[in-house]
Design a protein. Structure first.
Length: 218
């Protein structure tokens, strides 16, 4: 079987946790405050992945609401108040993570601000599985720039082809490709809805992650 150890890196929104409704509710609260008409949860879900600033820009543009310097800070306040209203880990995620820990260190790489990321991981009892957590407001450019993933590979002394990035969007796929890493598509995530994404493996539910990643690390 060979050495099956490697570095396994997870996106957060749409991969580890289903946060679409809370993100949509916060975006719509901002739109309503500014006189706009709310968008559908599905429409806002398709805007997630490039970080909070881009989500706000896209949502306000879609609602024909002007963007100003107060838009992002206000969204972050609104989202902070809704962070854990409906957001949950995907069913079977904790069990999948537990099964993966013997394959090597696990990490989180997200464009979400680090404060919100850590709060979610702690509240949903996921934090203990991860050796590293990198948010979108740190010293590295946000995904799909590969710098943050390359930093994780350096930190954990993992070669690119022994690094698996698990994500649900074209942003994650592009990040993996740019860093020379392997990409596993979380097809169950809201970022994958209606998207044709090239992946080394794809899973339909978290329960499929251990077997898929073991195959990728052979």
């Amino acid at each position: 079987m060979g050495n099956l150890r490697g570095l396994i890196v997870f996106d957060l929104d749409g991969t580890l946790v289903d946060s679409r409704r809370d993100l949509a509710d916060a975006a719509n609260a901002l739109i309503l405050e500014r006189g706009g008409t709310p968008l559908t949860e599905q429409a806002i879900g398709r805007m997630v992945g490039d970080g909070a600033a881009m989500l706000v820009r896209r949502a306000l543009a879609a609602a024909a609401v002007p963007l100003d310097d107060s838009s992002l800070p206000r969204f972050l306040d609104l989202y902070d108040a809704r962070l854990l209203r409906t957001t949950r880990a995907y069913p079977g995620m904790a069990e999948a993570l537990g099964a993966l820990t013997h394959h090597g260190p696990l990490a989180v790489l997200t464009n979400k601000p680090l404060g919100h990321t850590r709060k979610l991981l702690d509240a949903l009892d996921l934090a203990s599985y991860f050796a590293s957590v990198v948010g979108g407001d740190g010293p590295f450019a946000r995904k799909p720039d590969p710098a943050s993933l390359q930093h994780l590979m350096t930190t954990h002394q993992a070669a690119p082809r022994r690094t698996v990035l698990v994500g649900d969007s074209h942003i994650d796929a592009a990040t993996a490709r740019a860093a020379g890493a392997v990409f596993c598509l979380a097809r169950y995530g809201f970022g994958a809805e209606g998207a044709a994404l090239d992946a080394d493996r794809a899973v339909e539910a978290p329960a499929g992650l251990p077997a898929a990643i073991e195959e990728l690390l052979r």
